[in-house]
Each structure stands twice: as structure tokens, then as C-alpha cells.
Design a protein around this ligand. Structure first.
Ligand code: ZN
Length: 259
């Protein structure tokens, strides 16, 4: 943290109580990236920082010039995202988005594309009855913003078109693997590869989630079988690229929201 006071748009990703009246927060600042910071006295009833430092709030925060942990001195809520606190499912989905961002972001490295993605995902979540497609959209685009843009148009090994009745989700190969390449790789590794299988229709859905305009995505009709396949594929991609923290975030989500 440098020694100048600074003000920026922030998302409150995570938080926990600290001392008697403070909270330690992990915030995602548009210009400065992920930061740990202290909201002093915020658990007092009359604290002026209460709304702007609530979990999932989208706020303009000012940080004091200080060494070490940043301290929030002023806050103005742009959107407290009240809709996210309506029920346990929404709270769990919003917490999942916060945990994934926390897992994916290094400290104090600006990631404006991810910031915009995070704000739009949380804002949309407020108004959706069924968050399944939004969560999968968020996961695939999060990976793309981090430099892991998956390809759902062809087998990542031989380049055959993905217009096949069945393929496998394979993060190592950048998205998909056709059955022949899966058999070849299994033989080379000396054991059957444990990969989720996906139908051609599911591949097109994954491609849409990654590349289409959001309004078009929500017009899609998705069968329960496709939901299961998309869910298993996205879980495998996240685990491969983000490791244990992403698996942990999914386990927490599953306590309140199952596909
Ligand atoms: Zn292939």
C-alpha cells in the first residue's frame, strides 16, 4: 500500500469481525485490485460506514494513507445489493462469487475486466429466480479474464469439430477432447482419464455462456441433463485452473444451492 489516501469504486467480497467493533474486509477495488482492509468501529449502531462496507455492497470507499493494512475512512454505497440478502440461496450464490474472486485475484493487481464482471454478476443475481446459468457464465468468463479462455468449438487435441454426439470436458487440452483422443490419451497415461462427458448440445451451451451476449443466454432452454453436464464440466475446469480454493467455494455453495 503506498502512502497516499485514495478513493475508488469497490466490491466487498468477504469480511469477518475483528476486535470489539471493527471488521476486516477483503475488497475488490476497480483501480487497485484486491485489498485487505479494516473498517474501524463499523459494528457500532451509529457507524457511517455500515451500508457501504456490508458484504456484497458496491461502494465508493476512501482509504487512509497508512503503512500496512489499509483503513477505510469514508464510504458511500452505490448499490447495497439488497436483493442478494433475500434468501439463503442468493446469499450462498453471492458468497460463492465473492470467494471465487478472492481465490482468483492476487493482492493489489488491477483487473478491471474482472471487476466489471463481478459487479454485473452480483447485480444480476439480485433479480434472478434461477441463478444456474449466471453462475456458470461467471465461472467461464472469470477463467477467460484470467487468461484461460476455453474453446468449445473443437477437440483440443486433434482439432475435430465439436459437432459430435459426445465429447469430454478437458481443461488440460483447453476445453474439449473427442472420444478417439480420450482413448489415445488414456492408453498413453496407462489409465482411463477421469473426465466429465458432455453432449454436443452441452458444448454449444458452454460456448454460448462464454461468448454470447448475456440477454441471449437467458433465453436458452436447458434440460436437467444438460444442467448436470455443464455443472460437472465447469467444476472440473475451475478445479484445474484455480485448485483447492475453488473446490472449497463450490462445496460451500452446495450446502445451500444444488443443481
Ligand atoms: Zn480429438
Amino acid at each position: 500500500m503506498d502512502l497516499r489516501a485514495r478513493t475508488d469504486e469497490c466490491l466487498i467480497l468477504r469480511g469477518r469481525d475483528y476486535n470489539e467493533t471493527d471488521r476486516l474486509l477483503i475488497v475488490f477495488s476497480r483501480s487497485f485490485g484486491k485489498m485487505s482492509c479494516l473498517a474501524k468501529g463499523v459494528r457500532r449502531n451509529n457507524s457511517r460506514l455500515k451500508a457501504s462496507t456490508q458484504l456484497f455492497s458496491y461502494s465508493k470507499l476512501t482509504f487512509a494513507a497508512s503503512k500496512g493494512l489499509a483503513v477505510i475512512t469514508q464510504g458511500e454505497a452505490i448499490d447495497v445489493q439488497a436483493g442478494l440478502r433475500e434468501d439463503l440461496t442468493k446469499i450462498a450464490c453471492a458468497a460463492y462469487i465473492g470467494e471465487l474472486l478472492d481465490a482468483a485475484l492476487p493482492e493489489e493487481k488491477p483487473q478491471e475486466g474482472l471487476f466489471v464482471l463481478g459487479v454485473s454478476a452480483l447485480t444480476l443475481l439480485c433479480s434472478l429466480d434461477e441463478p444456474f446459468l449466471l453462475l456458470r457464465y461467471f465461472e467461464l468468463r472469470l477463467l477467460a479474464e484470467l487468461g484461460y479462455r476455453l474453446n468449445f468449438g473443437e477437440c483440443g487435441y486433434c482439432g475435430r469439430s465439436a459437432m459430435l454426439p459426445r465429447l469430454s470436458a478437458c481443461a488440460e487440452r483447453g476445453g474439449l477432447l473427442c472420444d478417439s483422443c480420450r482413448s489415445r490419451m488414456s492408453a498413453a497415461y496407462g489409465q482411463a482419464l477421469k473426465l466429465p462427458t458432455v453432449s454436443g448440445g452441452t458444448c454449444r451451451l458452454l460456448d454460448g455462456l462464454l461468448n454470447w451476449d448475456l440477454r441471449r443466454i437467458f433465453t436458452l432452454k436447458v434440460t436437467p441433463a444438460m444442467q448436470q453436464e455443464v455443472d460437472a464440466a465447469c467444476a472440473a475446469y475451475l478445479a484445474y485452473f484455480l485448485g483447492r480454493p475453488a473446490e472449497k467455494a463450490r462445496e460451500n455453495l452446495l450446502l445451500y444451492y444444488k443443481v
